[in-house]
Design a protein around this ligand. Structure first.
Ligand code: IVH
Length: 672
């Protein structure tokens, strides 16, 4: 490649190709090439850029990895001020907002754009002739900080707009945020290394954007959703609807928030609020309310802005999920497997829509790390249906009379010594069923809905029965008599009869539910099902060694060891014998017919059109095959769907047969 124009052309085409791959991956969520192909093109571009440094571009995909650290932040002036939004906390205030608009516009049939209010940081992006030139934080609304170096590392922000006819000037505003998944991963890693954790995704995002070194920022994997076009030059006409404008940004390479909706009238906004609030805990990002905006841009202009916030938008906030209160005491709760969890007793506080007086501190390590003392003012958080937790203490408010929390050396229930297991954050009472707390939890689990499903035999009742020594193991449930039950607190003859009936009805179960009910460590519903399917009865399970257990795809060495230890314990087998003797039974599995693919291993990659990967896997397994996630020489076949990953390359390399979806269906049909 001699001529410079050829080099430029080649460099530009590689940059465009990588930008397109990036777009497919991050914006469309639908990559068309395996990662290895991306890496190959990337390396090719990198080499050319190194050989021809005169063609450097700050917006080349190679610059996304994070360039040089900066010494300090420059200021960035917002010619169009970055306004805030007014908050409302209840429906009446929202009605007031809509009424004011109706009065000003002499019209009440207003279309609104309803959008999740993300809890991140406002960022302004400037594009000139389609190139990202500058990015800044909001600051005080008039003056922010230039964070261009960091913003370039955000994969969901296009460095070059995907259009042949970009506007001369464009200013996009949106929220840079950290997804819950990234936040949890980052904090788990920090906590493992004994480092400081972030209080919430917002703080983590803010801390990342304020890094001087963009390589650190890159590791933080921030995301971005645009929420407004603050300025666009007249050479690129856009829709008059705000909602449609956001949609069209997708074409230009932005990932847009698919949870937004355009609705007509205020009642529909209220419905949207309820809908999003119900989904709040399952959203991929932290969301603290709904932003409601008049959709018509001309009407927005007509309404204008007051000093601080526009008149055409409002944020209807969700109930706060965090609050401050005082820590009164710490108690240690013993769980089913003996772990001691510190539980905080709190001065009651209203948070996330409910009053709470208890919260968890997770484990002793975490408690020590958070340096929390009794008497401290603490931040409690209650998100969705998860157990309320203590985020940390407000050190600035620490009074002189607070007192430290000591880690127990003995079980608070059975008084046997507790142990700290290497590699575990928790401390544990090892007394097993000899410890009343573990006995109780084991029985509660045994009777629970997904296990033996004994209706009416709940936490409180079991507590009484264990304290009075009536229940010592799950097997004793089957010897409960009417008199004993009817004489308990808050029980009458009717409820006692119901319980006896429920115990009787629960005797008919399935092998999988029974295995799950035993409460073996790490054996959840899914693992229990796999075990039941494979071993089919207790005898074969009793005699299985760890190797045989691990031969099942889903069972690793840890679970295998727990299983082996559980069934090796005479006491446990004694309890099982007593339960079965009391009449608990399940249908015996039919002796399985032929397993035509026994001993063969398959790999599935890419998206199949007519069935999900899980289904494909289940059907192969039903025929006796194993499904693995990596291709080796021993693989019998690699089933390839749309957009296969590097596994296809590996199959070619190892000369493993490749099956198309059609081949695969034919194979299944042959044996099913
Ligand atoms: S619109 C002039 N839309 O909330 C109105 N803001 O409290 C500009 N925010 O500074 C903002 N999600 O950082 C808008 N869908 C959304 C938003 C959103 C989060 C943030 C934004 C703003 C703050 C105002």
């Amino acid at each position: 490649m001699k001529k410079n124009s050829d080099v430029i052309q080649k460099i530009e085409s590689l940059r465009a190709l990588l930008a397109e791959y990036n777009y497919q991956y991050y914006v469309l969520d639908a990559p068309t090439v395996p990662d290895s192909e991306y890496d190959r093109v990337f390396q090719q571009l990198l080499q050319l850029e190194e050989a021809y440094p005169q063609y450097f571009s700050a917006n080349s995909p190679t610059q996304r990895v994070g360039g040089e650290a900066i010494k300090a932040f420059d200021n960035m002036l917002h010619v169009i001020p970055m306004l805030s939004i007014d908050n409302v906390f209840e429906a009446v205030a929202l009605h007031r907002f809509a009424r004011r608009i109706a009065e000003r516009l002499h019209c009440s049939d207003i279309a609104y754009s309803c959008e999740p209010k993300l809890d991140g940081l406002a960022v302004s992006l400037h594009y000139e002739a389609g190139q990202l030139v500058r990015a800044g934080t909001r600051g005080d609304g008039a003056m922010g900080e230039d964070i261009t170096h960091n913003v370039r590392t955000i994969s969901e922000i296009p460095l070059v707009l995907r259009t042949a006819t970009p506007p001369q000037h464009l200013e996009i505003r949106g929220e840079a945020y950290m997804s819950k998944a990234v936040f949890n991963r980052l904090n788990a890693r920090a906590s493992q290394k004994g480092q400081k954790t972030f209080a919430n995704p917002r703080n983590a995002a803010a801390g990342s954007l304020r890094q001087l070194d963009p390589r650190i920022m890159k590791e933080r994997c921030l995301s971005f959703f645009p929420y407004a076009i603050a300025f666009i030059s007249e050479d690129a006409p856009l829709s008059n609807s705000h909602y449609e404008r956001l949609l069209s940004l997708k074409e230009w390479g932005f990932k847009i928030n698919s949870d937004s909706e355009r609705v007509l009238g205020l009642d529909a906004c209220l419905k949207y609020y309820e809908y999003l609030l119900a989904r709040r805990s399952s959203l991929a990002y932290e969301c603290d309310g709904v932003v409601i905006k008049v959709d018509d841009i001309a009407l927005q202009t007509q309404l204008g802005a007051a000093t601080r916030a526009p008149r055409w938008a409002v944020a209807y906030k969700f109930p706060a999920e965090e609050a401050l209160t005082r820590l009164l005491d710490i108690e240690w709760q013993v769980g089913r497997t003996g772990t001691l969890t510190p539980v905080a007793r709190l001065e009651p506080v209203f948070v996330g829509g409910a009053t709470i007086s208890n919260a968890t501190l997770h484990n002793s390590d975490e408690m020590a790390r958070k340096d929390i003392r009794i008497g401290d003012v603490v931040i409690v958080r209650r998100a969705g249906d998860v157990i309320p937790e203590i985020i940390g203490a407000v050190l600035a408010e620490r009074a002189p009379n607070t007192r430290g929390v000591s880690i127990p050396t003995h079980c608070p229930v059975c008084h046997s010594p507790v142990y700290k297991i290497a590699d575990e954050a928790a401390i544990r009472c090892m007394a097993g069923l000899h410890c009343a707390a573990q006995r109780k939890e084991a029985i509660v689990h045994y009777a629970s809905r997904k296990a033996m499903n004994i209706e009416g035999l709940g936490d409180k009742l079991i507590d009484q029965l264990v304290i009075q020594n009536i229940l010592q193991s799950p097997a004793d449930i089957y010897h409960l008599d009417l008199n004993t039950l009817a004489n308990l607190d808050r029980m009458g003859i009717k409820s006692a009869e119901n319980i006896i009936r429920a115990v009787e009805a629960s005797k008919k179960t399935t092998f999988a539910k029974f295995l799950y009910a035993l409460g073996i460590r790490e054996v959840g519903e899914a693992t229990a099902k796999i075990l039941a399917q494979h071993f089919q009865n207790l005898e074969t399970l009793y005699t299985a060694n760890e190797e045989e257990l691990m031969a099942l795809n889903e069972i690793g060495p840890v679970v295998a060891a727990y299983l082996h230890a559980f069934f090796g314990e005479v006491h446990n087998k004694e309890i099982i014998r007593a339960i079965v003797a009391a009449g608990v039974h399940w249908p015996q599995a039919q002796k399985s017919t032929v397993q035509p693919l026994q001993g063969q291993t398959f790999v599935l990659t890419g998206t199949l059109e007519t069935l999900s990967r899980e289904e494909g896997k289940a059907r192969l397994e039903a025929l006796g095959a194993k499904v693995s996630s990596s291709v080796s020489k021993k693989t019998q076949g690699v089933v390839v769907g749309d957009a296969p990953g590097s596994k296809l390359d590996k199959a070619h390399e190892l000369q493993v047969p490749v099956l198309t979806e059609k081949d695969f269906l034919a194979l299944l049909k042959l044996w099913e």
